[in-house]
Design a binder for this molecule. Structure first.
Ligand code: FAD
Length: 470
């Protein structure tokens, strides 16, 4: 519970209507998209700054009173990064939702952090330009949240992740000071942008972003192929790479994911397939035509049951609909899910999908897989009913086994969703004691009082220190 004087200080920064303190108003800020299965803790207040200066004032108040501050975009995160752990002040960027300008000649767009990612796509397209990062949540997540999590998406395979498009950020640091990093000055002075990008609200509150845009591709082709299992699907992907084709995206759904989509009303899509692979090609019209033919050949050679090339944009949208519907469809199958986003070298993804089946049997949980096949990013999803005793514990044990296997395969705990609270216990397994200690030192140097999003992303020093001592 916050002291009344803290609330008064916050109201001085943003005006009373932009500070929520009633429990009924706070409830929606107690969780994010990970939340269905986790514990929930109300924040003590939610504050909505309308400018960088107001955000700086809010951070200063939190720093002065040593109150935890949790930055929040749209709350679509899958790692409980925006969910409070023990009260504190949630700082929502929802009011900072203006596109501040687009410079077509410089191929840049400048936006406040609370702008919905899809609005960036639309504004860029209007200028004949393209912003490639396209998380599946792009119609609801914010660009600030994308920068904070270094979001990826289907088109990462060809174009890279959010960090590849961040030219600058304006951020408020833990003492309330404002920094402007990036293009326009500090390129040769060290890559400070890389510190903030992906820091999940632990090093600063991002209030504005400057993004690079690229020329919109003149042509696009979308194909869908069904396979009898993941093994031939992976062979097709190897065949595509062997033919020298770099698609914009290669996505997949396994049998469980396809079943969930069908049950949620997705029709008879891929009715005869145990795996669906969607491939998108972008570029010059001739290259796209030739590429589509080679992708079809590679899929056929690998034993595809069906291959469909979308005849027009509407048909392409229909093919993508299954992929886009999968998260919501899976959520309808069971009331809870533990959704991991591990990464392995892409030639090992079929093996990993197979292993998730073993984990499902070992821990007695249904498992569903889908993801970005092109860059080895697997969304392994264990379905649970959190009301039943032991389900959550078994899912956590399954996730632990999955992470061990992923690390053995030379992969990573997270391809795009970040660490937040959800993956905190596993970070040391990947980074080792030294890596965690380095993170800790960076955090302590930038946020010595631990005000910004405490308990997220960076494991407590004690774990590393005690191991050091051992
Ligand atoms: C259906 C669905 C599909 C998804 N698909 C993808 C996908 O394809 N690729 C992908 O990468 N992710 C995906 N996600 C996860 C999620 O959408 C991304 O992580 C997204 O970047 C989070 O943005 P947000 O605005 O909702 O941030 P939040 O959930 O509000 O916050 C996420 C983290 O960022 C911090 N944060 C947010 N805004 C700021 C800010 N302005 N300054 C500092 N820190 C901040 C928070 O403190 C928190 O730690 C998906 C989620 C859903 C529900």
């Amino acid at each position: 519970m916050l002291d009344r004087s803290v609330i008064r200080d916050l109201e001085r920064q943003v005006d009373a209507p932009h500070v929520y303190v009633r429990p009924a108003d706070l409830a929606a800020y107690a969780y994010d998209s990970w939340g269905a299965s986790g514990e929930r803790h109300l924040p003590d207040a939610v504050v909505f700054p309308g400018s960088t200066e107001e955000a700086a004032g809010v951070v200063e108040v939190c720093a002065f009173h040593e109150v935890a501050l949790i930055p929040r975009g749209a709350g679509t995160g899958y790692a409980a990064g925006a969910a409070p752990m023990r009260g504190g002040v949630v700082v929502s960027l929802a009011r900072m939702n203006r596109i501040l300008g687009i410079e077509p000649d410089a191929s840049r767009i400048h936006a406040e952090a609370g702008v919905i990612t899809h609005a960036i796509h639309e504004r860029a397209a209007k200028a004949g330009l393209y912003y490639p990062p396209d998380p599946g949540s792009s119609s609801t997540c914010t660009i600030g949240g994308n920068v904070a999590c270094n979001a990826a998406g289907p088109h990462t395979m060809r174009y890279g992740v959010t960090a590849d498009y961040v030219a600058g950020v304006t951020a408020v640091l833990a003492d309330g000071s404002i920094v402007r990093l990036g293009e326009g000055g500090d390129g040769s002075l060290g890559d400070l942008l890389a510190l903030i990008t992906g820091s999940e609200g632990t090093l600063g509150v991002i209030t504005e972003v400057l993004l690079r845009l690229i020329a919109a591709p003149p042509a696009r082709a979308t194909l869908a192929a069904t396979f009898s299992g993941m093994e031939p699907a992976a062979t097709a992907v190897a065949g595509i790479a062997g033919a020298g084709i770099v698609p914009a995206a290669i996505e997949f759904l396994d049998a469980g994911a396809l079943d969930a989509v069908r049950r949620a009303g997705g029709g008879t899509l891929a009715a005869d397939g145990a795996a669906l692979v969607i491939v998108e090609l972008e570029g010059a019209p001739d290259d796209v035509d030739t590429g589509a033919g080679r992708v079809r050949d590679a899929a056929t050679r690998a034993g595809a049951t069906t291959v469909e090339i979308a005849a027009d944009a509407a048909a392409a949208q229909r093919l993508w609909a299954a992929r886009k519907a999968v998260s919501a469809a899976v959520a309808k199958v069971m009331i809870g899910k533990v959704n991991e986003d591990v990464v392995v070298p892409r030639d090992r993804i079929a093996e990993l999908v197979d292993f998730t089946g073993t984990l499902g049997e070992r821990h007695q949980l249904p498992v569903v897989n889908f993801g970005h096949l092109g860059d080895g990013n697997l969304h392994a999803t264990f379905l649970i009913d959190p009301r039943l005793p032991g389900e959550r514990t078994r899912a956590d044990a399954a996730a632990g086994d999955l992470f061990d296997m992923v690390l053995t395969m030379g992969g990573s705990l997270s391809g795009e969703h970040g660490v937040g609270q959800a993956k905190l216990p596993y970070v040391e397994r990947q980074l080792g004691v030294g890596g965690v200690e380095l993170m800790r030192r960076i955090k302590d140097a930038i946020d010595p009082r631990g005000v910004l999003n405490p308990g997220k992303k960076i494991p407590q020093a004690s774990s590393a220190a005690s191991n050091d001592a051992a």
